[in-house]
Design a protein around this ligand. Structure first.
Ligand code: NI
Length: 170
């Protein structure tokens, strides 16, 4: 396994639509997933999408840490979604405080759908699907945006809540 270099906002790989993965079990995909999980853990991120490590493919890894959910049962260990489909359930929106490993040092409040349905493939090529709310729904929408070349600043509606972490948490 290896730590991967993370692309920062402005790098063209972050601003393009990523390609679907044809064979999740291909050795190079398996190796990429392992490296992405290691890189996400090392960078202390909640999620990491393949374009962020210079691979324009429809893959992201994420987890839901216990400190981000009210009920410990809602926490999720690191997992992968390949070729994900994320669709809103209902019209309700929520405001999420987001950061991104590709935009170090900054945070913003971003409107997201309060509930989403997700489906995709796991690292074994098996279907992984369900519904998500709260932080889980937040991270799914943020990471899925990466696969479509969208970074969270493009979702901001209140720019007074966009700034440096040290200033916002002061
Ligand atoms: Ni991000």
């Amino acid at each position: 396994m290896a730590l991967l270099k993370i692309a920062r906002m402005g790098n063209p790989v972050l601003h393009q639509v990523a390609q679907a993965v044809s064979d999740p079990k291909a050795p190079e995909i398996q190796s990429l997933i392992a490296d992405m999980l290691e890189t996400m853990a090392d960078a202390r991120g909640a999620g990491l999408a393949a374009p962020q490590v210079h691979q324009p493919l429809r893959i992201f890894v994420y987890h839901v840490p216990t400190n981000r959910v009210a009920n410990p049962e809602e926490a999720l260990l690191p997992r992968v979604l390949i070729n994900p489909e994320i669709t809103p359930v209902g019209d309700e929106m929520m405001i999420c405080s987001e950061g991104c490993l590709s935009i170090p040092g900054l945070r913003a409040d971003v409107p997201r759908h309060a509930k989403v349905r997700y489906s995709g493939l796991d690292e074994n090529g098996e279907v992984l699907e369900g519904e998500a709310t709260g932080f889980h729904a937040n991270v799914l929408q943020h990471e899925n945006d990466h696969l479509n070349g969208i970074l969270y600043p493009q979702r901001i509606t209140d720019f007074e809540r966009f700034g440096h972490v040290e200033e916002i948490l002061r």
